[in-house]
Design a protein around this ligand. Structure first.
Ligand code: ZN
Length: 432
C-alpha cells in the first residue's frame, strides 16, 4: 500500500515536472515577433513638416505604416514601434499602450520616422486655435499601433540575433548647416528564425540611422513615407522579413543628401528611391558578416525625466493643440513636461531613446558614454519635443535661430545628456 502510494505520487508529479521544465525552457529562449499595419488615410488630409500651417497634399506616393517588433527573454518583454510620421506625442502612444496586453507600458518604445509627408499628429494650432490635424484619423492610428504590437506578440518565435554598427557609405546624409558634422554610423539588428518552416530566414531587420526623411517634404504635396518607404521595400524584398527604421540624433540639421551639381536639389520620389535603396543595401552589407548570437540576453529599463518649457511657442502648442486637449491627461502646468527614457540591452547592443531631435554632437557624446561597441540611439522616441541643443549651442549661431526657437529651452540638451549618462551608469552593461 505504501509503495503504491509513492508510485502514484511520482506518476502525478512527473507530468507536472515535464510541463514546468518545458515552459521554463521556452521562457529562457530569446524570441521575437514582427507585424505592421498600413496607416495611410483613406482620403487626403493635410501633411505637416513642423510647426506652422499643414499643407493639403494633391496625392500620395507609397504607404504610411506602423511597424512593431516584440522581443522576449525570461520575464522581460519589450516592444519597439516605428510610426511613419513627423513625431508621435506620448499622449497618443499612451492610448495605444492601454490597448496592449502582456507588455508593461513602460517597455513599449514608440518612435517616429520623422517623414515630413504625413498627417499632423501634434495638432499645431494657429493663432485662432484651428488645426489641420484629423482627430478621427489619429483615433484610427492609435488602434492600428496597438494591433501591430499585439500581432507581433502573437508572432513570437525563437530567434538568433545578428547585430552590427558600421559606417554607411555613399551619398545618403549630410549636415545642411555644416556639411561634415553628422554621424555616418548605421546600427543594424537582424533576428533570424531558428525553428519551424521559416528556420534560417530573417524575422525582422532593424535599421538605426540619423537622417531627415524630407526628400519631398511638404513642398512635394504628396502623402507618403519619403525615403523610408523604399528602404523598407528593398530590405523586405531581399530578406523576406519585416523592415523597421528607427531614426537617431538627426537634429540641426542632418538631412538626406539630395544635392545636385548645379546647386539644386533632387526632391522627388525617384530620389527617395535612390536614398532609401542605398541605405537598405548598406544596412544589409553591414549585417551580412556579423556573427550569430544564439539566445542573447535582454534587459529593459525606463525612467521618467522632466524638462522645463521656456519656449512660448512650445507652451502654446501644449496648451491649445486640440490633439493634446483631447488625449493629454495630468498636469495643466505648461511650464514643464515629463517624459520617459528607455535603455535596452539586446545581446551586445545598447539602445538609448531620445524624446526629440538631438543635435549630432549630443548623439556622439552619449554614444561614447555607452558601455558597448554597438551603441544605438532611437531619436524621436516616446515623445518628440522639437530640437535638443546644448546650452552652448542654444541661441548661438544665426544658423541655430530656427532650431533654438523650436526647442523646449536652453537646458534641454544638457538635462538629457545628464539623465542619459546617469541611466547608463545605473544599468548593467550589455554582453561583450
Ligand atoms: Zn526635424
Amino acid at each position: 500500500m505504501q509503495i503504491w502510494k509513492t508510485m502514484k505520487n511520482k506518476l502525478i508529479i512527473l507530468p507536472f515536472f515535464l510541463v514546468f521544465l518545458l515552459t521554463g525552457l521556452s521562457a529562457q529562449t530569446f524570441r521575437a515577433g514582427a507585424a505592421k499595419r498600413v496607416i495611410t488615410p483613406e482620403k487626403l488630409i493635410p501633411i505637416s513638416g513642423g510647426m506652422g500651417e499643414p499643407v493639403m497634399p494633391d496625392g500620395k506616393v507609397g504607404d504610411l505604416c506602423v511597424r512593431a517588433i516584440v522581443l522576449e527573454k525570461n520575464n522581460t518583454r519589450v516592444a519597439i514601434v516605428s510610426v511613419d510620421n513627423l513625431g508621435w506625442p506620448a499622449y497618443l502612444g499612451d492610448m495605444s499602450r492601454k490597448l496592449v496586453k502582456g507588455i508593461p507600458p513602460e517597455n513599449i518604445l514608440i518612435g517616429a520616422t520623422h517623414t515630413h509627408s504625413a498627417p499632423d499628429a501634434y495638432g499645431f494650432p494657429d493663432e485662432k486655435g484651428n488645426t489641420g490635424a484629423d482627430l478621427q484619423y489619429l483615433d484610427w492610428c492609435i488602434r492600428r499601433v496597438a494591433e501591430a504590437i499585439n500581432e507581433a506578440v502573437d508572432n513570437l518565435q525563437p530567434v538568433s540575433l545578428k547585430t552590427a554598427v558600421e559606417q554607411a557609405k555613399g551619398k545618403i546624409a549630410y549636415n545642411y548647416y555644416a556639411e561634415h558634422l553628422y554621424d555616418p554610423r548605421c546600427g543594424v539588428i537582424q533576428a533570424v528564425a531558428t525553428s519551424g518552416i521559416n528556420a534560417g530566414k530573417p524575422v525582422f531587420t532593424l535599421v538605426n540611422y540619423a537622417i531627415h526623411p524630407e526628400v519631398m517634404g511638404t513642398g512635394g504635396k504628396k502623402l507618403g513615407p519619403d525615403l523610408c518607404g523604399p528602404l523598407y521595400d528593398r530590405i523586405e524584398s531581399k530578406t523576406g522579413g519585416m523592415a523597421i527604421f528607427m531614426n537617431s540624433a538627426q537634429g540641426g540639421m542632418v538631412t538626406a543628401d539630395t544635392r545636385l551639381e548645379n546647386g539644386k536639389e533632387a526632391n522627388d520620389w525617384n530620389e527617395c528611391i535612390r536614398i532609401g535603396n542605398l541605405l537598405a543595401e548598406e544596412a544589409l552589407r553591414i549585417i551580412a558578416p556579423a556573427p550569430v548570437t544564439e539566445n542573447p540576453d535582454l534587459y529593459c529599463a525606463s525612467k521618467t525625466i522632466r524638462f522645463p518649457v521656456d519656449s512660448e511657442a512650445m507652451r502654446y502648442v501644449f496648451q491649445y493643440s486640440p490633439v493634446a486637449i483631447k488625449y493629454r491627461s495630468g498636469s495643466s502646468d505648461y511650464s514643464f513636461v515629463t517624459t520617459h527614457l528607455n535603455l535596452l540591452n539586446i545581446g551586445k547592443v545598447q539602445v538609448l531613446t531620445i524624446p526629440g531631435e538631438a543635435l549630432p554632437n549630443i548623439g556622439f557624446y552619449v554614444k561614447r558614454k555607452m558601455k558597448t561597441e554597438q551603441p544605438f540611439l532611437f531619436g524621436l522616441t516616446n515623445d518628440a519635443f522639437g530640437y535638443m541643443l546644448t546650452k552652448e549651442d542654444f541661441g548661438g549661431f544665426e544658423r541655430y535661430n530656427y532650431i533654438s526657437r523650436t526647442s523646449l529651452g536652453e537646458m534641454t540638451g544638457n538635462i538629457y545628456e545628464e539623465e542619459a549618462i546617469k541611466m547608463i551608469s545605473e544599468c548593467p552593461s550589455p554582453s561583450k
